[in-house]
Each structure stands twice: as structure tokens, then as C-alpha cells.
Design a binder for this molecule. Sequence first.
Ligand SMILES: C=C(O[C@@H]1C=C(C(=O)O)C=C[C@H]1O)C(=O)O
Length: 430
Amino acid sequence: MKEAESGMMEDYTSRRNIYQVQWDKELLPHQLFNIYQEYAGSRYFFMTKEKDEWLLGLGAEKLINVNHRSPSYVNQVFLKMLSTCTVTGITPNLIRLFGGFQFDEGTNEDFAGFGHSHFIWPKIQVLFKSGCYYLSFTNMDEDEIAAFLAKLDDSVPAAELPEVIDQRNVDAELFLANVSQAVDAMAAGQLTKVVLSRRKKVRLAAAIDNSALIRRGFHDQEFSYFVLLENNDRTYVSKTPEQLVKVTAQKLSTNAIAGTMSSRLENAESLLLQDEKNLKEHQIVVSSIEEDLEPYSSELNIPAAPGILANRYFYHLYTPITGTIDESDVLTLTQAMHPTPALGGFPKAAAAAFIQQAEGNRGFYGAPLGYIDANMDGEFIVAIRSMVLHGDEAVLYAGCGIVQDSRPEEELHETEIKFKPMLQLLGVSV
Ligand SMILES: C=C(O[C@@H]1C=C(C(=O)O)C=C[C@H]1O)C(=O)O
């Protein structure tokens, strides 16, 4: 906790005025994104799978951007900041701190500039919840707020996405070699499961306007979260079906999602529900989540067998898990669970070492992204089906679980399908 020791925490203790209002007319996130260009580079958007709740931030009143992953540090800073607030309006619990912790401690150049703990307290926060829009302004004077509210009625032209001019795999050969090596390590008894990934680069004719991506993600029919986090000239985007953990008033929910089959296969659902390799991959995740949560929860409800999570391109084996936590909060659980063997492997330490040596660092790919509120409740997702944007280039990430009976070419194919949600978002016909 170097920052705390060196006194940088002082930075978070100046007084803040928060002004909150409820807004009655419909607000569209892609229009809000474009209202003030001066906030570009420090905006974010988070939407649930059901699309019934979303959170949007414009501008950073405070940015937590440190080069170590530390939920307790983020927690401490957030509490300090909350203690400095004078709230005029609805309720202080509406304020959320949004961001995430990178997958591992090392550096990945695709994510240059993002912190390993990276969270934003926005200048303007828009929360859509239970059918209502709540706006919170931090340290903005009356005139600034009035000017912003006046702009909400203006229609902001929807951005268009530039044409795609190139797409190519960058490490398919390395991925095949890594899968073979993982299968050998499993035969030698060193590992039970490891999740390996690879990348694809897509180039567009011009720099990408993030509001265009939000417009697409907001209107599509996929059952997945949508997350977009800007940091200066880079943006991370994920359209993931996977929740890491959500806590509301001591009730927790999480899920195991592992085991995949292309929806193009005939009878894919019943084939997947009976497929031994996929069931094995899935059970490893369920057992590990149960073990990780055991110290925090005296009551966990875990169905005896998985069901199916259906999306446009694939089906996954899916086990929803609920429970009650004793003395804990969402950040502690995030740390206890990440990475589940849905993104790391099993045993956890051996899998982490294997990934490190095979691929290097993952940045936000597979990482927990989400928010906390003043009650220390919140929700974090596992950022997969994702990409980093930088100017006119997108670097896409996709991975899959490897077990002893995995075949490299089949796993390569599975990752190819997993690029599709991002390719489609960018406008590549898939
Ligand atoms: C690793 C990814 O997905 C994970 C791996 C899965 C699998 O191997 O079946 C399924 C869902 C996710 O837990 C990814 O999409 O990049």
C-alpha cells in the first residue's frame, strides 16, 4: 500500500458537494456520452444482462489509478471520499465507484495507462434503476448543472462506426503450442484445468467513436453485460455473460459459466448437457467457487446439475449460485474468488503460473470490473468477449478452458467463435 503510506491518501480528503436529481424523461446512454466532448477519455458505461439497470459516468472527479491490485486500498479511499461529502438530494447510496482490478500484477502493453486498481468517481453519474433515472453531480456549480440539464433535451447525432479494413490473428500458432503443452502438463499430473487465450487485431478506417459502440451494445438482443471503460486514448470493452459476484444487503449471487458448444450444431443444448469433457470443465469451476466462498457464507444454494445459458453464437453450461454472507463485502469476495477456474484454472496457483509463462499478462481480459456503493454492496463481472481500443485499432481477446482431453484445433475453433460478439460490435460481418 505504497500510496497510503506516502500520504497520497490526503489527495482524497478534500470536501465534495454532491447534488442529486431524478430525471423523468428517457435518457439514452450513447447520447449522454456525446454531450460534452471534454469528458472523452474518462467516461464509462455498465449495463446488466437484463438491460434493466445501467450506470454511466462522465468525467473524473477523482481517478484511482495505482499499479497494484488492492481491494482494501480502494475500499479505504472510497470510504474516505464518502466521509467528505455533503449530499443535497436523494440518498448518498446512489453514488457508485466504478472500475476494476487487472487480471494479474504484471504489465500488458495493450492496457498502457490503466491502473492495476483503476476506479473512477465521476463528475456526472447517471444511474438507471427500477425504471428511474438518477443524476448525481460532484463539485459542479449551479450554472454548470443547469447547462448540462438543458442539454439533455437536445438530440445528439448518433455516431457511425468506421469501416473495417483489416482483421488478423496474431498468436494462433502460440495458442496451439500452449494447448499442447497444457495437455502434457495435465498428463504429468501438474494441472487439472487451465484457461488459455489468444488475440485478434482489427483495424478500422478511422478512430472509433465509443458512443457508436454503446448504441450497438444497448440495442442488441444478447443476454450479456455491456461494459466500457475509457482511460485517455484507450478504451476497454466487454460484452460478457459472466457475473463474478453481486452483493446486495448480505445476499450474494454468482455463477459458474464454463463448457461451450456452438449454437450452430444440431441439438447443441442436449449434446452439451451430456458432454463429459465440458461437464468436467464446469464442475471444476463450481467446486472452486464453493470452496472460495465457504469462509464467508454459511448458506450457499448450488443446483445439483448445470443448465444452459443461451446466446447468439454459443451455449454455455451454467450454474447460478446464491447465498447469504456473514461479515463481508463485495470487494472482499471479489478478491477471494478471482480468478475462478472459468478464467484461471485448477489448482489456482499452478494454473496462474502456467498462464504467466505461456501468455504473459492479461490486463483487464478476464478481470473483475464493476462498482461498489456506499453500503459496500456492488457487482463485478468477469470481463471476457472483450477488446482494447486504441485509435483505429482494436485488440480482441478470447480464451477457453483446457482439460486433459482437449484437442488444440478444436480449442482454436472455440476461441474463433468467441471473437464473434466483438467482431459484430465493430461491424465485421460474422
Ligand atoms: C475464457 C473465456 O470464456 C470462458 C471459458 C469457457 C469455456 O471454456 O467453455 C466458457 C465461458 C467462460 O468461462 C472467453 O470467452 O474468453
